[in-house]
Design a protein around this ligand. Structure first.
Ligand code: G6P
Length: 612
């Protein structure tokens, strides 16, 4: 949610900033801007994408070795040139980029208005930079002191970078609730919302913690203190991101690349954790809390979006394997409804980005009630990963496409490993069944690879349904979350209205929507409730709906009923989500491409939602 990048060092700043913005564009893409400090402070910004900003910059003098840049996902004020970041202070001596929300911007603004300040934009960010300048002038303090005083008056979330024409060798950086990383190079510093703009220049990074201010000075060491003025020693970490993971590598879109990466990413999420020969599942990151998980009377899963769907699969897995009751909660609902949380509850927080504001707040709430918090995150070093007591990274690699694909299957893989580990230690599963499942789990990457061969068949189906305005996705048991996730993928990237439903619930409402125009995607791989799914398909057929069925290879009954079938390899019922999701991702992708949609950056969405 908004990407920020800044540079100070011996090189030309602008090319580094623009490349960084492209890497961060998944975070928001309604406007972009850059400010470069040379003898003068030059600021350019425009509505639209980073490529629109680049057009604006053509022919301009952009020389300078210090600068800040921003790609925006609007919160306050519509996306237009004026509301785009960076924002100047009143005198135009300072400029700021900001990710987050200043909640008390209205009273701060009123106060500044009464003191003669005027505002160009509708943003909360402009209020903050005016406030910083007001403090700098009236209290006669340095930029870093002014930032510190201002942040003590601010309620809300922020990651900011501020530059000052009169302190040309300094960047002031601060964070609370929105991520920030400082890259330390040889006589140069990079600042960004995540490590992706930094990795090609340096692997040495410092992740700022909440309420920390970093003072970055040319030819000096990084200095960090809190807004309460406590000095901190920077904790330097080494990045392990592979640069090729940030490129499309010949694929038309990141989303397609990420769909095709799944045989590898699922394998990576099991690497070192699943040992089929010795029959051991071991998740090093949560080993210390294993006993708490075994003893838990209840597991609560909190997440948002696609991660919430993975949580639903987790519910089925933990209940079936580890015989522990599970509640799956939207983090945004959980955090505001005064939930009943016991000290022996285990809360599993799932998040690809590790930055989702609602999930983070849900964690803090559960923590304050004494529950044990286990994280499942993809982004190493992210806020959620750091806020949990323990956790396991999904190791899916950077996911750039805004619609989540490989992160989902990696999350489900980890939940499967966790449930198996707990079930085995608890003794709620027989040894033979346990071995059967881990053997099959080990075979999943190859089966996912095989499943990807359905692409041509999916393309034919996509051509027939690309102009639909609605779609229904049905599934039962483990396939119910798969139906929800399939529908979410379609609506996110193709803007076709789609709903995922438990197949049996269809008759309580959605059946009214079915006519000869309506595509109904049914995931019909179930063994346990196969006959019931067949009945649900018949109910749709009786109303002339068009059935697209995902079936197990060799299926005859559904094949005879469905209008279109997509065959997937047979597997354990509890592992089907890892397979059946693949054709649904491809279907959404193909339809979106045929409709001319921007697949990697769908309208109004952002990959990392750091506002509530
Ligand atoms: C956004 C993204 C979704 C994602 C959700 C939760 O809405 O567009 O793809 O599922 O946030 O994000 P998280 O990073 O917590 O998994």
């Amino acid at each position: 949610m908004c990407g920020i990048v800044a540079y100070i060092g011996p090189r030309e700043a602008c090319p580094i900033l623009l490349k960084g913005l492209h890497r961060l564009e998944y975070r928001g893409y309604d406007s972009a801007g850059v400010a470069i400090l040379n003898s003068d402070l030059k600021l350019y910004k425009s509505k639209g994408k980073v490529s629109d900003l680049e057009k604006l910059l053509e022919g301009k003098d952009l020389s300078g070795s210090v600068g800040i840049a921003h790609t925006r996902w609007a919160t306050h004020g519509e996306p237009n040139d004026i509301n785009a970041h960076p924002h100047f202070s009143y005198s135009k001596n300072l400029a700021i980029i900001h990710n987050g929300i200043i909640e008390n911007y209205a009273p701060l603004k009123s106060e500044l208005l009464t003191r003669g300040y005027a505002f160009e934009s509708e943003t909360d960010t402009e209020v903050l930079i005016h406030l910083i300048e007001d403090i700098q002038i009236n209290e006669k303090v340095t930029l870093s002191e002014a930032v510190q005083i201002a942040l003590n008056q601010v309620v809300g979330a922020y990651a900011i970078v501020v530059i000052d024409k009169n302190e040309p060798d300094t960047l002031i950086v601060a964070r609370k609730g929105s991520p920030l990383v400082v890259g330390i190079g040889d006589g140069e510093f990079f600042v960004a919302s995540d490590a992706t703009p930094i990795v090609e220049y340096t692997r040495e990074v410092v992740y700022l913690n909440d309420e920390e201010i970093a003072v970055i000075k040319r030819n000096d060491e990084l200095k960090i203190r809190t807004i309460a003025n406590i000095e901190k020693t920077p904790y330097v970490q080494t990045l392990e991101i592979n640069l090729s993971a940030l490129e499309k590598e010949g694929y038309e879109h990141f989303m397609l690349k990420e769909i095709y990466e799944q045989p590898r990413s699922i394998r990576d999420s099991m690497r070192g954790r699943l040992n089929v020969e010795s029959g051991v599942v071991s998740l090093g990151g949560i080993i210390e809390y294993q006993q708490k998980m075994i003893a838990a009377k209840r597991i609560i899963i909190v997440a948002c979006g696609t991660s919430w769907h993975a949580g639903l699969v987790g519910e089925y897995l933990f209940e079936e394997l580890a015989r522990v009751p599970v509640e799956v909660e939207y983090a945004s609902e959980f955090r505001y409804r005064d939930p009943v949380i016991y000290e022996d509850d285990v809360v599993i927080a799932i998040s690809q980005s590790g930055e989702t504001a609602d999930t983070l707040a849900a964690i803090e709430l559960a923590k304050s009630k004494g529950a044990t918090i286990i994280g499942i995150c993809n982004v190493v070093g992210s806020s959620i990963a750091r806020a949990t007591h323990a956790g396991s990274y999904t190791h899916a690699g950077p996911e750039i496409g805004v619609a989540s694909t490989k992160a989902f299957t990696a999350q489900v893989t980890l939940l499967t490993l966790m449930a198996l580990m707990i079930a085995d230690r608890k003794g709620t599963i027989s040894k033979s069944r346990y071995h059967q499942i881990i053997n099959e789990l080990d075979a999943i990457p190859a089966k996912v690879k095989k499943t990807l061969e359905v692409s041509d068949k999916v393309m034919e189906i996509a051509r027939l349904f690309k102009n639909s305005s609605n779609a229904l996705y049905l599934g039962r048991g483990y396939n119910f979350p798969v139906a929800m996730e399939g529908a979410l993928k379609l609506k996110e990237i193709s803007y076709i209205h789609a709903e995922g439903y438990p197949a049996a619930e269809m008759k309580h409402g959605p059946i009214a929507l079915i006519d000869e125009e309506m595509p109904v995607v049914v995931i019909a791989t179930n063994k346990g409730t196969y006959e019931k799914v067949v009945s649900n398909i018949q109910e749709v057929k009786a109303r002339k709906g068009k059935i697209i069925a995902i079936v197990t290879e060799g299926d005859q009954t559904v094949k005879a009923l469905a209008d279109h079938i997509i065959e997937v390899p047979e597997t354990e019922e509890m592992l089907v989500p890892l397979i059946a999701t693949i054709p649904l991702q491809l279907l959404a992708y193909q339809i979106a491409v045929m409709r001319g949609c921007n697949v990697d950056q769908p309208r109004n969405l952002a990959k990392s939602v750091t506002v509530e």
